[in-house]
Design a protein around this ligand. Structure first.
Ligand SMILES: NC(=O)c1ccc[n+]([C@@H]2O[C@H](COP(=O)([O-])OP(=O)(O)OC[C@H]3O[C@@H](n4cnc5c(N)ncnc54)[C@H](OP(=O)(O)O)[C@@H]3O)[C@@H](O)[C@H]2O)c1
Length: 293
């Protein structure tokens, strides 16, 4: 199969990870542009690409498929800037990687005859090299012009990934859900670490202490799914333990009480769905979680 020639604008975490993964799957990488030459050069060096620049105009004409992987707020501006200089050509594929924005963000390219899409990897990219590995087998959402989406499907297939098509008017909700799953998981870990610190585990050791538990929970989720992966006192209807938690937090960590109560109520709902929750225990727990501070 002839692979489309790939160009990138915005050689940050996600863009570079994508380019590394595409390169690994045999796609020719023909040009990289970024705000700074250092980022463009680093990405180009990793994939042996000779054309890198701070000027998107030097890269866009070389590519059959162009990925704009700048921060969300810059996508439209970058796209309009290229269009103004007559950079896009008819049937060229132009994509961005944002989960919250629709393909319409690339309207200026579409007006030049390009086919546009949003290709969003449901994955987190901090380090580009690790990110490229995490790209394989990830889920992706696609949305946009049919020709571009067909190319998106080809890419996801090359990555052994799974495609979800999200309607335009649901993308923000879709993205909010993924932020809950990924970013809020980190926030929850941070809160738990601070609670452990108050309980006497020294700062720095708290995360390390929790990681096997978090990993075990993720394993349960992967094996048993929702709601069966739920364990713990709410799942058992153990009201006396919840009362002890609340008393301890009132005394030692009052700032986390709201958070504990809010997620606790969701956990009661999940425990109910799982089944086996003692009705008396459930009633008592609901009452305690409702109580104002
Ligand atoms: N990171 C993730 O986990 C993740 C996951 C899924 C989707 N995404 C999406 O991927 C996109 C990029 O996010 P990211 O996390 O990779 O951001 P990032 O690490 O900040 O990278 C963005 C890159 O864009 C470059 N840039 C900024 N303004 C530019 C401009 N005007 N022209 C050209 N290049 C410009 C920056 O270049 P310099 O380095 O040269 O300054 C930077 O390297 C976003 O749409 C985001 O929603 C990210």
């Amino acid at each position: 199969m002839t692979r489309r020639k790939i160009g990138l604008i915005g050689a940050g975490s996600a863009g570079t990870a994508l380019i590394l993964a595409l390169h690994d799957k045999g796609y020719p990488i023909v040009g990289i542009a970024s705000r700074t030459l250092a980022s463009a050069e680093r990405c180009a060096r990793w994939v042996g690409c000779e054309r890198f620049s701070t000027d998107p105009g030097a890269v866009v004409p070389l590519a059959d498929a162009l990925f704009i992987a700048t921060p969300d707020d810059a996508i439209r501006e970058v796209c309009e800037g290229i269009a103004k200089q007559g950079g896009f050509r008819a049937r060229q594929i132009v994509a961005h990687l944002s989960g919250a924005l629709t393909a319409d963000e690339l309207e200026a390219a579409r007006a030049c005859g390009a086919k546009v899409m949003a290709l969003h990897p449901m994955q987190t990219f901090a380090d580009p090299q690790q990110g490229a590995k995490n790209m394989i087998g990830a889920s992706f959402s696609l949305e946009g012009d049919p020709e571009a989406v067909a190319f998106g499907r080809e890419v996801v297939e090359a990555f052994f990934g799974r495609v979800f098509v999200i309607p335009k008017d649901r993308k923000a909700l879709y993205h909010a859900a993924l932020c809950v799953a990924s970013n809020y998981l980190v926030t929850v870990a941070d809160l738990a670490a601070r609670m452990l610190e108050r309980a006497g585990i020294e700062k720095g050791a708290a995360l390390e202490a929790m990681l096997p538990l978090i990993q075990g929970t993720v394993n349960n989720l992967a094996r048993d799914g929702l709601p069966l992966a739920l364990t713990g006192p709410i799942s058992r209807g153990d009201a006396a333990t919840i009362a002890r938690h609340l008393n301890a937090m009132e005394e030692l960590a009052p700032e986390v009480l709201d958070f504990y109560r809010t997620l606790g109520k969701e956990t009661v709902r999940l425990a109910r769905e799982k089944g086996g929750l003692d009705p008396e225990g459930e009633k008592a727990i609901r009452r305690m979680l409702k109580k104002a501070k």
